[in-house]
Design a protein around this ligand. Sequence first.
Ligand SMILES: NC(=O)c1ccc[n+]([C@@H]2O[C@H](COP(=O)([O-])OP(=O)(O)OC[C@H]3O[C@@H](n4cnc5c(N)ncnc54)[C@H](O)[C@@H]3O)[C@@H](O)[C@H]2O)c1
Length: 253
Amino acid sequence: MDLELNGRVAVVTGGASGIGAACARALIGEGCRVAVWDVAPDSPFQVDVADFDIVKDAVVKTEAALGPVELLVHAAAIGSGKFGFPFTNLEPSDWPRVLDVNIMGAVYVAHAVCPGMAERKRGSMVFLASVAGQIGSQTDPPYSASKAANINFAQCLAKDMAPHGVRVNTVCPGMVKTPLNQSVWRAWNARQPAERQRTYEEWAGEKIRATTPLGRWQAPEDIADTVVFLLSARASQITGQTINVDGGFVMHS
Ligand SMILES: NC(=O)c1ccc[n+]([C@@H]2O[C@H](COP(=O)([O-])OP(=O)(O)OC[C@H]3O[C@@H](n4cnc5c(N)ncnc54)[C@H](O)[C@@H]3O)[C@@H](O)[C@H]2O)c1
């Protein structure tokens, strides 16, 4: 199957780690020229997506180096580092940074790349959200709320950008072994009495057996495969969709 991605210019936010890194590798494998935007100190484009001036500057620098941005994968996100169940285990002050990075980050990136895509009548975007944004997950309430907002905003974008021939979709992973996922376990484990503490593998294994029909973790590459397909010409009639890559955890009608 020819994905028609060869030579295209892609931005991957959060591309220094986990799912974003797998997306960047997969796009490079398809012949794309990829700019990774990440706060990680060794990123060629060191970008805090929660700072609009920095994001606008990153578009200018990326386009000067690689050419007009045609593809976007927005994977940059954080958790609060706290464990809910119930939400009162967090303070209201635990919310703003998560909302800034996860919601405003998506808004800033969209504001920075959409006008160029609209003008050129060419582009495709995928936002990473989460099953947490679909089920009122109590694990990390500000994270869950931000992921619901990502899904909703991507639908607005899909409608606004459709007349320009630009597609926007959302991919929701379930459980993927990454630093973000590990931070959820760490926050949970820290709250348990000694006899209920689990290793990361034990905790995740129990969770997956209880919730996931296919019964295994998703690999970052499982998510990247779907992201790359959605970005590609083979998905040219797909926009405004929320696609779960979650082993069947959440089943929509
Ligand atoms: N891992 C999972 O189980 C899982 C499940 C559902 C959804 N997701 C979603 O997948 C996406 C990627 O998550 P991951 O698990 O690969 O996480 P990760 O922690 O491995 O990677 C996230 C990356 O985002 C970067 N980042 C964080 N804040 C940033 C900022 N302000 N500006 C720029 N970059 C920033 C980090 O440096 C990191 O490289 C996220 O949107 C997350 O919500 C992950």
